[in-house]
Design a protein around this ligand. Structure first.
Ligand code: NDP
Length: 247
């Protein structure tokens, strides 16, 4: 899958929402989705950063993207609904979501993790995924073939000391993927998860400040798995959790 080469019209005429598209993996994947024809909805919380990604996509000669900012930490359920309504009114359809936005805290034992930190991580990494998915379901139901991709992590499959609420949120994302995939089995909507593996981004640098980042894959290098799972070439795959960098 990491060698997958998409047709250049894989996502032609499709509208794909990418959360956390302002940086790191989300930015790289959004650009690749646009290169194969998608109208990408760039979500994030930092408008100047999103505008820079918008400019890169235009410079690539890809379809004009849209920018929809929303702070996942503070957004109300109504604001998630209104984001989906804006996609409906401005773009008329939605064929996929990459739930990529995420945050980590300082690594610490659960015993010394504050309730505030716990709630923030669970809000952004889990509750926002649930709220945004539900808000977008009416649109996804109308797509001829829709794909939802969640973002997992190695620490969402095997617990690891000090990864606290981040690891717990990713375990829950694995669960959400399985539950939704089972509920939607046989429908027009597939739900899978990707574990990116160690990737050269600001999140990784925060967690491992001393490591040599040049030993890590770049976000651009791991995009094939994201392309494969978003397009119809993976049409029979549902409920899977896939490593973008298998050992
Ligand atoms: P980055 O920190 O580079 O990017 C995270 C993205 O999420 C940014 O666009 C960021 O916006 C956005 N974001 C964070 N908090 C919020 C918020 N409250 N509201 C809106 N947007 C928000 O991380 P990565 O690219 O490394 O991570 C992407 C995904 O991959 C995450 O889910 C992460 O858990 C997962 N992952 C990453 C690994 C890695 O090695 N990099 C390994 C395993 C999993 P802004 O630009 O404003 O900060």
């Amino acid at each position: 899958m990491q060698d997958y080469q998409p047709a250049n019209n894989l996502l032609k005429d499709r509208v794909i929402l990418v959360t956390g598209a302002s940086d790191g993996i989300g930015k790289a994947v959004a650009r690749e989705y646009a290169k194969v024809g998608a109208t990408v909805v760039l979500h994030g919380r930092d408008i100047p950063k999103l505008e820079a990604v918008y400019d890169e996509i235009i410079a690539d000669g890809s379809p004009k993207p849209a920018i929809l900012p929303l702070n996942l930490l503070t957004a109300s359920a109504e604001q998630f609904k209104s984001l989906a309504e804006t996609i409906q009114s401005e773009l008329g359809r939605l064929d996929g979501i990459l739930h990529n936005a995420g945050m980590i805290s300082e690594l610490a034992p659960i015993e010394f993790t504050s309730a505030e930190t716990w709630n923030q991580i669970i809000q952004v990494n889990l509750n926002a995924v649930y709220l945004l998915t539900n808000a977008c379901m009416p649109l996804l139901r109308q797509s001829p073939s829709a794909s939802i991709i969640m973002t997992s992590s190695g620490v969402g499959k095997t617990g690891r000391a000090f990864w606290g609420p981040y690891a717990v949120s990713k375990f829950a994302i694995e669960g959400l993927t399985q539950v939704m995939a089972d509920e939607l089995d046989g429908s027009n909507i597939r739900v899978n998860a990707i574990n990116p593996g160690a990737t050269r981004t600001k999140m990784r640098a925060k967690a491992y400040p001393a490591e040599d980042k040049y030993q890590l894959k770049t976000p651009e290098q791991i995009t094939p798995t994201y392309l494969y799972l978003m397009g119809d070439d993976s049409g029979t795959i549902n409920g899977q959790s896939i490593d973008a960098q298998p050992k």
